[in-house]
Write a protein that binds this ligand. Structure first.
Ligand SMILES: C[S@@+](CC[C@H](N)C(=O)[O-])C[C@H]1O[C@@H](n2cnc3c(N)ncnc32)[C@H](O)[C@@H]1O
Length: 250
């Protein structure tokens, strides 16, 4: 299995900057199902609030550093451990041992680099859903061009502040390398600089429609933002909700 990068050195800073307003959308869509699979669960940013609401969450996360941060958060709320299962695995290969009524991928679909990875991941999710089960994921369609390293937020911490910079370059073969730089300042002095590189795959709306139908899903909704405004061609981001129409062959 391909080694996933991009989070190992900066996982402890992840929650400072993940300001995507998607918490509510994923929580609301998943909460009604009572239990859910969170694929690419990261630091538990969505799983933990869901578990607080009484939802059982089966979390798949390949990055040891992200799992470590997640686990430290559970140490602070140990009562949630009975509702959260956290496994080191990938979208394409996790084995939950039973089916669930819902699954989501928040920010992780983009890390599937080509159609064979996307097919394998969606097929595996299909295998883990009950018929009619719901799949929700977000995908960035707009930010796929070259971008020089540019400021992308400042977060205040008890020690000082952390500045983030984001850049990206398009690679051959429908991929993009994203560069993230974090600079940690204490009393105005730069005390640490972390540089992370991760790969994302470039997709399109028609490719996603095709993938969904080949992996047994029926499209239910396409939104252009987390407030659930309808997706319009050209929007940077698309949020997809699909339901499992039928099983697919192994
Ligand atoms: C942008 S983060 C999102 C984390 C979390 N879902 C959230 O919304 O805060 C993407 C996550 O996907 C994970 N990831 C990357 N490739 C993956 C794969 N093939 N299968 C499952 N998760 C993957 C990364 O390790 C990372 O934790």
């Amino acid at each position: 299995m391909r080694k996933q990068g991009g989070y190992e050195n900066s996982a402890r800073l992840y929650d400072l900057f993940d300001d995507k307003e998607n918490l509510e959308l994923f929580c609301n869509r998943a909460a009604s199902s009572g239990e859910v699979i969170d694929v690419g669960a990261g630091t538990g940013r969505i799983a933990i609030p869901l578990a607080r609401r009484g939802v059982r969450v089966y979390c798949v996360e390949p990055s040891p550093a992200m799992r470590r941060v997640f686990d430290q958060k559970l140490d602070r709320e140990p009562q949630l451990r009975k509702r959260i299962t956290l496994v080191p695995s990938y979208a394409s290969s996790f084995e939950a041992g039973r089916r669930y009524p819902a699954a989501y991928l928040s920010g992780s679909f983009d890390h599937l680099l080509d159609d064979s990875e996307r097919m394998a991941a969606l097929s595996n999710v299909n295998r883990h859903l009950t018929t009619g089960g719901m799949l929700v994921f977000d995908v960035f369609l707009g930010s796929m061009g070259d971008k020089p390293l540019s400021p992308a937020g400042v977060a205040q911490t008890p020690e000082g502040e952390v500045r983030r910079f984001v850049g990206g370059r398009v690679l051959p073969g429908g991929r993009k390398e994203t560069t993230l730089v974090f600079e940690r300042y204490v009393k105005g002095e730069l005390v640490e600089r972390i540089e992370e590189h991760s790969l994302v795959g470039i997709t399109s709306r028609p490719m996603i429609h095709d993938l969904l139908s080949r992996t047994g899903f029926e499209l239910a909704h396409e939104w252009g933002d987390y407030d659930q405004e309808p997706y319009i061609d050209g929007d940077d981001m698309m949020i997809v909700e699909a339901s499992k129409a039928h099983d697919i062959g192994e």
